[in-house]
Design a protein around this ligand. Structure first.
Ligand code: ASP
Length: 268
């Protein structure tokens, strides 16, 4: 197994632990999902926050979303630069605005008004060759259920390499790359345009709503996606019993599942 994959697996584990710590203290699923994604954003091995891929002009523009399944509240940001942790900005949009999705300069200004940490956009750029590894350094996501049975999903990404400035992928679009309600929490990675076409997160949530087993629902959602688009994607999800599922038709997607008993499962 390549060294970078091992490092990304352990990065996933650290992120899951950060989320689990909040849950074991009785915290909210939204806080747990946000915390796990923020840890992954800070890890340069992933294509989110620090380590994000570059657009055609050599700049980082990030997308992120968070959704509280209990209240159906959501917050998202798209094509935003100079924000160290886009997931915190998405959370702020959810909590402190009457909107769901803010983009670009407006999202950045909203962040500065609400005390979100900004940075020189260059600080999010790690050595350029990482961009050629983009397939292996994907989007990050987390799904969680808290002790009250509330579900949440969070996703963050630098998008796809060489994208046009202003391009927005599936991640911040509710029902496409990110979705949570009372039955399901879902986060997706992969070819954003194809995930949008198939509203993949909502599709998977519907399967869970019908009572399908989590692992089966994840596989079926990816099979549906493959049939429709012949493209690559990965999905993580959780049902209303807190059972996690995941599937992918892409090469690598490290996944860490932490149970209430701290038992964990790690896969790539
Ligand atoms: N889904 C992301 C996007 O298209 C990219 C990825 O998951 O790697 O923006």
């Amino acid at each position: 197994m390549p060294e970078s994959l091992e490092a990304r697996k352990s990065g996933c584990r650290v992120a899951a632990e950060a989320g689990a710590l909040i849950l074991t203290r009785g915290g909210h699923a939204v806080d747990a999902a946000e915390a796990a994604v923020a840890v992954l954003e800070d890890n340069p091995l992933f294509n989110a926050g620090t380590g994000s891929t570059l657009n055609r002009e050599g700049r980082v523009e990030t997308d992120a979303a968070i959704m509280d399944g209990n209240s159906l509240k959501a917050g998202a940001v798209a094509a935003v630069s100079g924000i160290r942790n886009p997931i915190h900005l998405a959370r702020k949009v959810m909590d402190a605005s009457r909107h769901i999705l803010l983009a670009g300069e407006g999202a950045y200004r909203f962040g500065t008004l609400h005390g979100i940490e900004t940075c020189d956009p260059q600080e999010l750029v790690v050595p350029a060759q990482r961009n050629y590894w983009q397939k292996e350094h994907g989007t990050v996501g987390a799904v969680a259920m808290d002790t009250h049975g509330r579900l949440a999903a969070a996703t963050s990404t630098g998008g796809i390499f060489d994208k046009l400035p202003g391009r927005v992928g599936d991640t911040p679009l509710i029902g496409c790359g990110t979705y949570a309600d009372g039955n399901a929490a879902v986060s997706c990675t992969g070819s954003g345009e194809d995930i949008i076409r198939t509203t993949l997160a909502r599709h998977a949530a519907y399967l869970l709503e019908q009572g399908m087993d989590s692992m089966v629902a994840a596989s079926q959602a990816i099979a549906y996606f493959s049939n429709k688009t012949r493209s690559e994607a990965g999905i993580i999800l959780m049902n209303c019993k807190g059972q996690a599922g995941f599937a992918r038709n892409s090469v690598h997607m490290p996944v860490c599942i932490l149970g209430p008993d701290r038992a964990f499962f790690l896969d790539a």
